[in-house]
Design a protein around this ligand. Sequence first.
Ligand code: ASP
Length: 549
Amino acid sequence: MVADPPKADPKGLVAVEATANGGLVLGSAPDRDETAKGCCRSRDQVRSCLRANLLVLLTVVAVVAGVALGLGVSVAGGAAARSPARLVAFGFPGELLLRLLKMIILPLVVCSLVGGAASLDPGSLGRLGAWALLFFLVTTLLASALGVGLALALKPGAGFTAINASVGTTDGVQNTGKKEVLDSFLDLVRNIFPSNLVSATFRSYATKYEERRLNTAMAQELNATMVQVPMESEVESMNILGLVVFAIIFGVALRKLGPEGELLIRFFNSFNDATMILVSWIMWYAPVGILFLVASKIVERENVGELFVNLGKYILCCLLGHAIHGLLVLPLIYFVFTRRNPYRFLWGIMTPLATAFGTSSSSATLPLMMKCVEEKNGVARHISRFILPIGATVNMDGAALFQCVAAVFIAQLNGLPLDLVKIITILVTATASSVGAAGIPAGGVLTLAIILEAVNLPVKDISFIFAVDWLVDRSCTIINVEGDAFGAGLLQSYVDRTKLQDPEPESTQVKSEVPLNPLPASMEEGNPLLKQYRGPAGDAVACEKESVM
Ligand code: ASP
């Protein structure tokens, strides 16, 4: 019996209901039931959408709540809230998040890169690496150009009112001493080749100058009694660049070893997988940590308003530049090459972006970024785990952009004109020095000295940049990690198109803790010595050892 014409549901499907005798009746349900069902369906949809995006929502809410809490405590607590003991207690949940993320960086970077490099044949590795580096270089240059352009157009340094001496803290930059631009570049190269791998896990090389008395003959010849001598020295900061380079080369060597290296490759892959499970647990703590990181930073600042009045144009210039680069330039590049919606890609990495905002550290954001690009944006494991650690170490679009704005700002501040040669020098040195910047809070300000020295601008003025870096560094870190993620997305699309991943069929699927197809562990991804063959339906039907070069 057909009572009414069939009704289409919102998705265009025809309402179908089973009768008591098992027959199917089209559109026979009363309207009331239909409405109730529709409501239920949409409630279910909302619920499942909320569940799928719960972490993202919680993290975004945490950032907003952190700002509100910070402002509230600042206003209500006044100077008492800024006492060192209270600040430490207040920021403790945030400190815990940072400690957890930092704990994961070393095993994650080393294991993912060894496994990643070992899972790609040297040809693909070279091609992927070359494309990634080209993307990183081009986007960093674009960011630098945008920074210089905005600073020249908005002139943040013109009409600058000098603020009180409390702003002029130079913590962290005094040590640059007499360090030359050349020293900084040589240090970068030295760090690429660490002399001791164990000490590279917590120290980096940094040339230091010491004053030495000259002997009489030399003193007469040079007409001076003292001389500055470059000395070998190390600073307490993980040498990620050195570890990245070592891990890649070690992975390539393991692959070259053939079956003998298989055991160790499995070791690194399983270490990496276990680390990623830890990351997924840490992710649920991230919103709490971010909330307190942001709030405590705001409480810590005494003259937020005053800084805004005096350095507002500089802050505006940096934030505007970061917004243009992050919301227009990078998405546009991604869209042009992949024809996919870049904003959906951005939504997928919202949690790591909020973490970058909260922690001001690309390195600390790396674990969450890996998890999200793989699980939300469908980037294959061997691509994300190979590219993201490199990106987090060398690709810093946000840093290059703000360094350019800062250099032009300082030139304007001192009334020093910038000719074309100086502008090009700023562009090139900002791109290079952003490579040398560590993915830690204020990493970019420390290498800003290289640019200022290269164009003869007063290094002491970095103090102004330091005064607002707690804020600018946050948007800067977001852009730094966003650039890495888009790089991984672009490489995935390149691999999909060129079928570069032929021996790695699983690279096209979104990875999760639970393998989508129940392959034995030995046949899972990351074991380059085993090839999987799939039937027409994509199921694994056989596996055999791949002959190794
Ligand atoms: N904090 C930034 C990062 O970790 C580095 C910087 O200061 O530019 O990516």
